[in-house]
Design a protein around this ligand. Structure first.
Ligand code: CP3
Length: 353
């Protein structure tokens, strides 16, 4: 086992002292990088890239080689799990993910089961391969979708603006909705534990669509199943705590409830005041975020100012992992990413004296 040369990210998640605020970016390996597009072309398409251990390892390391990032994230997708359930995931260029089978009939829902993790072996092999390739440079993050966010795509059969079929089921047949969420929660627990066993040093649960729910529905249909997963996770590996990050996009108004879900850290989108969020959660959890991904379309100067203002709002001490409030946009200029990463590293030192 190689020793970690840079564990700043893991220490910040546990609110232990750090020298500077660590940073990584959601979707840091992706289409804004020419080298990613070249590797994806070699793989054929996106899913083949996810399933090719060698190439998935290569694209995971691309942003680490280009920028001074403090963590790597497994290159994969949240929809690998419903794909392993037999729903038939495919991507049509420019249209986002789609499923051959959706969960809109009771009969199909009754047949849904927790998938055999052997079907996801390519993901676990990628985790082990990336750990080896990183050789201790930075920690590796594993991830999964939340049960609710996965259910959104599974029920709708694709992405959606309104999630009408999802909400229809939630209000008309909550029993069916709970059945799907229970299966998803069991699947995600097994999936994340397997990633941890293969070397993931932290895990993030992406609750991208939790924010579309009403106040009461969020607790019942999203947060409850996230807590269930966290309760079932292996929290220590290789004699180190494996921190859990929960990111609910649009979840700013639920931070207090979320701070009690068992996570070590909560992700923030760009709509919240990170200083206020910190006062709200106290010392219960660390915070990750909350730079607007579109602020990377500004000037060098505006990027620096925006980053410095988030650092100042968080204030003195550890417990902040800098990140975007959502995934990086494909038209982002990579030079601007370098400005952001270097600004965060330099400007944050004054808050960790
Ligand atoms: O952060 C990382 O670098 C790791 C890789 C990662 C991807 N998807 C790669 C990807 C992660 C963590 C995800 C998570 C994911 N996938 C989420 C949750 C976070 C979020 O962004 O909301 C969701 C909702 C998905 C489902 C998904 N996968 C969508 C909606 C799309 C299409 C998006 C688009 O911009 O077209 C994908 C495809 C996808 N996943 C791409 C990448 C790099 C683009 C595929 C390509 O190369 O064409």
């Amino acid at each position: 086992m190689t020793t970690l040369q840079n564990d700043t990210f893991l220490r910040a998640l546990l609110k232990q002292p750090v020298e500077y605020t660590p940073i990584w970016l959601m979707r840091q390996a992706g289409r804004y990088l020419a080298e990613y597009k070249a590797t994806r072309a070699r793989a054929g398409d996106f899913m083949q890239l996810c399933q090719n251990v060698e190439l998935a390892t290569e694209v995971t390391l691309q942003p680490i080689d280009r920028f001074d990032l403090d963590a790597a994230i497994l290159f994969s997708d949240i929809l690998t799990v419903p794909n392993a359930m037999g729903l038939g995931l495919y991507f049509e260029t420019g249209e986002g993910p789609k499923f051959e089978i959706n969960l809109q009939s009771e009969q199909v829902i009754r047949q849904l089961t927790v998938p055999d993790m052997a079907k996801l072996r390519y993901v676990f092999d990628a985790v082990a391969s990336i750990r080896k390739a990183l050789n201790g440079r930075v920690p590796l993050i594993g991830f999964s979708g939340s049960p609710f966010t996965l259910a959104c795509y599974m029920i709708e059969g694709s992405g959606s603006k309104e999630w009408r079929n999802v909400k229809n089921m939630m209000y008309a047949r909550p029993d069916l909705m709970h059945r799907i969420l229970e299966i998803n929660a069991q699947a995600v627990t097994l999936y994340l534990n397997e990633q941890i066993a293969h070397g993931a040093q932290a895990v993030q649960i992406f609750d991208t669509w939790g924010g579309v729910l009403s106040h009461k529905a969020f607790a019942e249909f999203s947060l409850r199943y996230i807590s269930q997963i966290i309760n079932g996770l292996k929290r220590e590996n290789e004699s180190r705590r494996v921190p859990v990050i929960v990111f609910t996009k649009g979840g700013g108004q639920w931070l207090e409830q979320m701070a009690a879900c068992g996570a070590d850290a909560l992700g923030l989108d760009w709509t919240v005041d990170i200083g206020q969020a910190r006062r709200l959660v106290g010392d219960k959890v660390a915070l990750q975020g909350n730079f607007d991904p579109f602020a990377l379309f500004g000037t060098q100067k505006s990027i620096q100012q925006e980053a410095e203002s988030i650092l100042a709002d968080f204030g003195q001490g550890s417990g902040h992992v800098f990140n975007l409030g959502h995934g990086i946009h494909q038209l982002t200029n990579p030079e601007h990413v370098k400005v952001l990463v270097d600004t965060v590293h330099q400007a944050s030192r004054q808050y960790h004296l």
